[in-house]
Design a protein around this ligand. Structure first.
Ligand SMILES: Nc1ncnc2c1ncn2[C@@H]1O[C@H](COP(=O)(O)OP(=O)(O)O)[C@@H](O)[C@H]1O
Ligand SMILES: [Mg+2]
Length: 271
């Protein structure tokens, strides 16, 4: 079994405002090399969970272990260095006046040398085609581009774990494809990837594990080919399987044991 990258142990989080218990004792091990998606209704606790991974939120009870170490005494900076978090809304993450500065902030804060910073900036710029944008003001860019910039600003310091909160939400198709490519590449390069998503087509095609959350708890944790067949759990958690799976299941009728996860799988199966 691979090393544990992140462990939530009996994690409880209660927000003082409104006295809402958003996590009710969550246990989860994320292994090095996982590409894990967290799905669930709005308000099920997904963002609250992942914000514990870099210390933006602290447990009300229970613990978080990051690469085997208890995190109670660790700063957000220490945790973020190893676990990079991309916010759902890029407008909450961007604060510099040029794209270049935005990309340099984290490496500088984390003590990269100027040469190293330049090298990493060049790598990410090339990977994501950002060269023409470097001197632009990020807030003048469209939503998709801003989102790409915030992802680049995390990739640039090479965190071992990459956490993306709804990365494809609000993106146009070009942005979505580019992002899919980049996330796959990061995973191939050995990063552990955690993605919160409402985009079930994306989740089915791009995850090794699917964690289903509802009401501050984990209701299922399985590979996509299994998780999306647990129709009872999904219905109760109000998660809809990808349309292509639903079509395949409908065609097979009762007792289906498997279903295509993508259009490509479906075509290959029925050709
Ligand atoms: N800052 C906050 N203050 C008070 N309650 C919050 C706050 N953020 C989230 N909540 C509540 O915690 C619960 C889980 O929210 P969240 O983790 O954002 O869910 P998700 O990301 O799955 O949509 C919801 O009931 C939400 O209203
Ligand atoms: Mg959320």
């Amino acid at each position: 079994m691979a090393e544990v990258a992140l462990r939530a142990q009996k994690l409880v989080h209660t927000y003082p405002r409104g006295n809402v218990t958003a996590l009710k004792g969550v246990d989860l091990d994320i292994h090095v090399g996982d590409i894990l998606s967290i799905v669930g209704q709005n308000g099920s606790g997904k963002t609250t969970l992942v914000r514990h991974f870099n210390g933006l939120l602290r447990p009300t009870a229970g613990s978080i272990f990051l690469m085997g170490e208890e995190t109670a005494g660790k700063s957000v900076a220490e945790m973020s260095r190893r676990c990079g978090y991309v916010f759902q809304n890029p407008n909450h993450q961007i604060f510099c006046t040029t794209v270049r500065e935005e990309l340099e902030v984290a490496p500088k804060n984390f003590g990269f040398s100027p040469e190293e910073t330049e090298e990493q900036l060049a790598r990410v710029t090339e990977l994501m085609g950002l060269e023409p944008l470097l001197d632009k003001h990020p807030m003048t860019l469209d939503y998709t581009t801003k989102k790409i910039i915030t992802i680049a600003s995390v990739l640039v310091f090479h965190p071992e774990i990459l956490v993306l909160d709804e990365p494809t939400g609000g993106l146009d198709e070009v942005g979505r494809q580019m992002l899919t490519k980049v996330i796959r590449l990061m995973h191939q390069e050995g990063h552990t990837v955690v993605i919160i998503s409402h985009d079930m087509d994306y989740v089915a095609e791009n995850s090794s594990r699917v964690v289903v959350m509802a009401q501050g708890e984990i209701w299922d944790d399985a590979p996509p080919e299994k998780a999306f067949l647990s129709t009872d759990v999904l219905r109760r958690a109000q998660v809809e399987p990808p349309q292509i799976m639903q079509l395949d299941l409908a065609l097979q009728g009762a007792g289906a044991q498997s279903a295509a996860l993508s259009v490509a799988d479906f075509v290959a199966k029925y050709r």
